[in-house]
Design a protein. Structure first.
Lengths: 307, 306
């Protein structure tokens, strides 16, 4: 049985990725056809676990990650030649000179662990080491499906690598082979973490809202998704927003002929469900929003049949 | 010597809380108040400030990034470059010329520096652009990452360099610089917070808003910066009461609350900042008045002089 991996992305933040992911996770977990695994790859701000907490009695498993490499300085070996500064060993400006002690100082926030200082220093006064970059947390959630998420150590400059690590962790979990669907909540943006998240996906849902920034960021994320050649469709959140921009938005959808998986109109059931930390399809199954999301889920299933 | 401008960084952790809304309107109020103002868009992945100002990006400068180029005639196929490349961006099979894998190259130039025969030459690729524009009388500096490129940090570095140049120019004596950041708490956001004197995290009264606020505050504290929060969509029901209780418990200073109101969405979609509106105060709604109060609080806090 193949495991189909579906990612939810948006470009713009705060348009409803996690809201949609949580509801899709609920629907898939309660669907006989699927044994899903749920991933939260928004490692800078992982929030899915708030809505999908561990099942009662389940202890989350934590694993530290060491995806960041940093340089360290061995003062005993330094002969104060200042070559590291004069010859510009570091392309990331992580090395500066302490005039008083006549030794280099490493700025750990800027250091990328490339090892240039280690290799180029004639006295071997630098070393590189992996350091803790964050953690991966996994547990059986309230639907008994596996939830895995990553959380970066602040200041560890590792978001993209941690995303890859979370996906690897999922692939190597014993449950992966018996699972037939992986739902991935993505980070906002189009940079390194998103690129890491997109690689290897079978299907992408791009969620947006009919505002100038919503559309602008949608265009940018789709450019990336198309580079990866992943089939995708669009979900429009706050679709009934009263805005002079609606016309432009609809024209874009019409002109590009992108597939719309569904529209979610504004519904107070969504923030309300969120305040009770529940997916809206559980909290208010008959609400306008829940009916829209169930329709999106059914449409998604049809799309996945083609893969 | 010219005095340095005060730099305020608007950030937030969570996406879509209103960072850009606050940055653009704050800059608009400073500009209209007679302060020499520069707005910097540091969300390289998705720069949106110019959209809220109803502008378009025009003339641009390229942000270049190193890429190794192998001179096959000089290469002795020794493999030293690949051996020392930490992110494995050079693929070397015995007795063959190494192949660069640009997607994972960190640009450290180590290969270029250690090749014994000088067979690795420095080439450059475009990873993004820097734009300088003036929209509705406001000076704007925008960094944009090229879609498909991962190195947004390089765009941010180039943007900060450009900012430094602009601030040091004699003819542009800025009183205040407002920086807008990407969501998240990654290196791009970190660099921009680092560059600022004051930091404003924008949040919303939801569980996600609170969780991400606590995380971004940790990062700001790690960088030893002073910060005060702004609560957007402050009238959103549901989690509101618990949110404001928790804000109190955490002893967080609050610059003001922006209520949910149509005037915000309308100005946003029309590409005219809410605070660009010149009508009398009495005719404007609660969000407008909230911004006026925030402006007074920001001035008092930062003590910015004209």
């Amino acid at each position: 049985m193949d495991n189909i991996v579906v990612g939810i992305v948006s470009g713009k933040g705060g348009v409803g990725k996690t809201t949609l992911t949580a509801s899709l996770a609920s629907l898939a977990s309660n669907d006989e056809e699927f044994t899903p695994i749920i991933l939260d790859c928004d490692v800078d701000a992982p929030n899915l676990a708030i809505i999908l907490p561990p099942n009662s009695g389940v202890d989350p498993q934590k694993k530290d990650t060491f995806t960041t490499i940093k340089a360290s300085f061995i003062s005993d070996k330094c002969v104060h030649c200042k070559k590291c500064i004069d010859d510009h060993f570091c392309e990331f400006n992580a090395l500066t000179w302490n005039e008083e002690k006549e030794v280099p100082i490493i700025d750990y926030l800027k250091c990328e662990g490339c090892s240039a200082c280690k290799v180029l220093c004639p006295e071997h006064a630098f070393e590189i080491h992996p350091v803790k970059s964050g953690e991966i947390i996994s547990y059986e959630n309230k639907y008994d499906s596996l939830l895995i998420y990553g959380k970066t150590q602040l200041g560890s400059t590792t978001s993209g690598k941690l995303v890859s690590e979370v996906k690897d962790f999922a692939k190597h979990s014993p449950k992966f082979n018996s699972s037939n669907l992986t739902i991935v909540d993505g980070p906002p943006g189009i940079g390194c973490p998103v690129i890491a998240m997109l690689s290897g996906l079978n299907y992408v849902i791009a969620i947006t809202e009919p505002t100038p920034s919503g559309l602008h960021d949608l265009v940018r994320i789709l450019e990336l998704v198309e580079q990866f050649k992943i089939p995708f469709s669009i979900v429009v959140n706050k679709a009934d927003l009263k805005s002079p921009f609606q016309k432009k938005f609809k024209k874009y959808i019409k002109d590009t002929r992108h597939k719309i998986l569904g529209n979610i109109d504004f519904d107070y059931a969504i923030p309300e469900a969120m305040s009770f930390a529940e997916p809206v399809v559980d909290y208010a199954p008959n609400s306008k929003a829940s009916i829209a999301i169930k329709k999106i889920y059914d449409n998604l299933k049809k799309q996945l049949n083609h893969i | 010597m010219a005095t340095k401008p005060v730099i305020i960084c608007v950030t937030g952790g969570k996406g879509g809380t209103g960072k850009t809304l606050v940055a653009v309107n704050l800059a608009t109020m400073f500009k209209n108040g007679g302060y020499k103002t520069l707005l910097v868009d540091g969300d390289g992945e998705n720069p949106n400030t110019y959209l809220l100002l109803g502008g378009e990006l025009g003339k641009r400068k390229e942000v270049l990034f190193f890429k190794p180029s192998i001179n096959e005639e000089k290469c002795t196929k020794c493999g030293l470059c690949a051996e020392n490349c930490v992110p494995h961006a050079l693929l070397h099979v015995k007795d063959s010329i190494p192949v660069p894998i640009l997607a994972v190259c960190s640009g450290c130039k180590l290969c270029y520096k250690i090749c014994p025969t000088g067979a690795i030459e420095a080439d450059y690729k475009t990873v993004g652009w820097i734009y300088e524009l003036n929209e509705k009388g406001l000076d704007l500096l925008v960094g944009e990452l090229k879609p498909g490129e991962a190195r947004s940090a390089s765009v941010i570095e180039a943007l900060l360099e450009e900012l430094e140049n602009k601030v040091n120019q004699a003819e542009t004596k800025y009183d205040v610089v407002i920086i807008d950041t990407a969501p998240g708490a990654h290196c791009d956001v970190e660099e921009l917070i680092e560059a600022a004197d004051y930091v404003i995290p924008v949040t919303e009264p939801t569980r996600f808003g609170l969780t991400d606020l606590i995380r971004i505050n940790e990062l700001i504290s790690l960088l030893h910066k002073e910060f005060r929060v702004i609560v957007n969509r402050s009238t959103l029901l549901g989690f509101k009461n618990q949110f404001f209780e928790d804000l109190d418990k955490l002893h967080l200073d609050n610059l003001g609350n922006i209520p949910l109101h149509d005037e915000v969405v309308n100005s946003y979609c029309a590409g005219i900042p809410l605070m660009e509106n010149k009508r009398e105060r009495e005719k404007m709604g609660p969000a407008y008045n909230a911004f006026l109060e925030i402006f007074e609080n920001v001035k008092e806090w930062t003590n910015i002089k004209k």
